[in-house]
Design a protein around this ligand. Sequence first.
Ligand SMILES: *Cc1c(COP(=O)(O)O)cnc(C)c1O
Length: 474
Amino acid sequence: MSDPLLSRTAALAEQFLASLRERPVGATATREGLAARLGGALPAHGQAPLEVVEGLAAAAQDGGIIASAGPRYFGFVIGGSVPAALAVDWLVSAWDQDAGLYACGPAAAVVEDVAAGWLLDLLGLPASASVGFVTGGQMANFTGIAAGRHAVLARAGYDVEEDGLRGAPPVHVVVGAEAHVTILTSLRLLGLGSGRAVRVAADAQGRMQVDALRRALASLDGPTIVCAQAGNVNTGAFDPVGEISDIAHERGAWVHVDGAFGLWAATAPARAHLFRGVERADSWATDGHKWLNVPYDSGIAIVRDHVAHKAAMTGRAAYLVQSDGAERDPQDWTPEFSRRARGFPVYAALRSLGREGVAALVERCCRLATHMADRLRAGAAGAGVEVCILNEVVLNQVLVRLEPKSGDAGAFTRAVVGRVQREGTCWMAGTRWHDLDAMRISISNWSTTEEDIDRSARAILACARAEAEGGGTR
Ligand SMILES: *Cc1c(COP(=O)(O)O)cnc(C)c1O
């Protein structure tokens, strides 16, 4: 016997997914339009659930839901959802487990253990490391750096969880010049101060320079954390994490790696050279909701020293039925207490793709990034512009600058980005890279094909031609 509410909702979801390939990729509604359809006073009387669902879907999908789960969304670094992960995510809502404690969700806890083991194997990280399933890269960075803060202060004979930072020896934090903003937010939340971080110079691709790191560390004494990056959000470049780890470890420092999307490239044999030594770091942050293509939200914090990880995160209280044995209490490894059972969709994605499927997904996105750069360069003359690819396309990121025959290339590139966003075939944002305006294309979706790239490149070049010919007209 099927529940009409849930089966009708499933039908609405299926209709939406079926429209993903052809609907305009960007938003077409305005804030005012959405507010008019979705807003109003709090209803005094309840409405039938099916009416709520249908009304919300109709109003939101009328231009207010962007096709970021679809194959031609190239903004930021955003993946879609592989079918098994999406389907299991629905079950997670139906099961409604509180995944904080084993006692509240035994299967959720065991599946997290299993998925953790698979992830460590797949990413080539130490099998004895511990894993926390958090909301995203932000909290994964926070968790890894919190474990590092515990460890470097414990080595100095100080218990930061018990005694706080007041009176603690200062903790030095070293970051690359291209550190992601979430590293700085983590430092703020952890009382380490984003402004106090020592910034180390990066090279033209955004990679931390090891000589500069050596010099920075030589001038620091005492507890130290070094934050490296695997996958720059603009260029896709990797810091030399192995070398950074060796240099930092000589001085007793902790090394945290922000690999929000880049860490997945470890699964693709052709990209393995980027990763040499990444397993020598102490903690790693990555996302399930980016390149693994798991629905939001899904971040993964990994720590070599499980004692430090647990010490930094666990909460103990007399009323809780906590495990003392082999059972995992997920809240020991994450900042959250009660939470969604986010291990299930990660498990489903890994199970449905397998080792080879993850590698193929990652490799395909990287190859399509190169293909996009090639198509844009090949079509430039026909569009009456010069196409400049600003980065070495080593991963899934392409930075494009469009130069018209005359006039300012920065303003021109920004204008073309705006045209592409309105035109609707594909979507990407603009960025600034080393003081230059650029179009930032990130290919992270499991369903993107070569045809999607060709079609998008044609649309981008047509927008460039229109901008070159029409100038200020839209
Ligand atoms: C996306 C990203 C983050 C933040 O991850 P969220 O999942 O958005 O919290 C951190 N670092 C890098 C390099 C990223 O690309």
